[in-house]
Design a protein around this ligand. Structure first.
Ligand code: UTP
Length: 227
């Protein structure tokens, strides 16, 4: 299979700087295993560090587009860290989808960060999946799937094990809640996934769960989105 893995910055770097190297190695090991059977693309997010940089940029007067470029650079630095821990990826971070595709012709794993302003790496990963005609989009995030409402605020919030493409867009478009709930992916990502009918799994991003999700097993860890 051809797989695009969206690895949220907060997932990869969540534990802080002390644990960072260990976490990167653990994720790299899972991705190496994935690449034994599949062609793998990884899109790395910016996490807390990107948000801190963006806040500083705004405070010194940067506009939103400029701030997005700062976020993109941070995602690329994170991608460089993961890249070096992997076995068979080129030591190049492609800056657009065509370059990523080209590298994938000769390498089993290609790692990249963001591309252009205006969205997050969720959408980058969905666009990449569309461009390379991926069989599966794995979205490793900090919650165990898509909920009907914010589970921290609404005790009746329901976690979905399965959603249609249309249902995902509908839930994300409501957008009344933030991280940890229905806005688990951004709206552009949901729309790209819907228009290209890309089978997607949104799941709690741990190295073990990546290997579980690829088998289509989302019990307690995530949501499958398909037609
Ligand atoms: P992220 O994808 O990390 O955003 O990109 P996030 O919402 O913080 O996601 P998590 O928490 O890591 O899962 C960081 C920032 O970089 C810019 C945006 O400003 C985004 O918020 N960015 C990223 C772009 O403008 N374009 C891209 O293709 C990627």
């Amino acid at each position: 299979m051809k797989i695009v893995l969206s690895l949220g910055g907060s997932v990869l770097l969540g534990g802080g700087f002390e644990e960072m190297a260990e976490r990167i190695k653990e994720f790299a090991e899972a991705i190496n295993r994935l690449s034994e059977k599949h062609s793998v693309f990884v899109v790395v997010g910016g996490g807390k560090i990107a948000r801190e940089y963006i806040n500083v940029a705004r405070t010194v007067g940067a506009d939103e587009t400029y701030s997005d470029y700062i976020g993109i650079e941070v995602t690329r630095v994170n991608a460089m860290l993961l890249n070096f821990a992997l076995k068979n990826s080129p030591k190049i971070i492609p800056e657009d989808f065509r370059a990523a595709y080209e590298l994938s012709l000769t390498h089993p794993i290609v790692v990249m960060g963001g591309t252009f302003p205006g969205h997050t790496t969720d959408a980058t990963a969905a666009l990449l999946a569309e461009f390379v005609k991926a069989d599966l989009l794995l979205n490793a995030t900090s919650v165990n799937g898509v909920y009907s409402a914010d589970p921290k605020k609404d005790e009746n919030a329901k976690r979905f094990e399965k959603l249609s493409f249309e249902e995902l867009t509908e839930i994300v478009a409501k957008g009344e809640t933030k991280a940890g709930s229905s806005n688990v992916v951004d709206l552009l990502a949901a729309k790209i996934i819907q228009r290209s009918r890309i089978k997607t799994i949104i799941f709690l991003g741990t190295p073990e769960n990546i290997l579980k999700a690829v088998k289509g097993d989302v019990t307690n860890i995530g949501t499958i989105v398909e037609g």
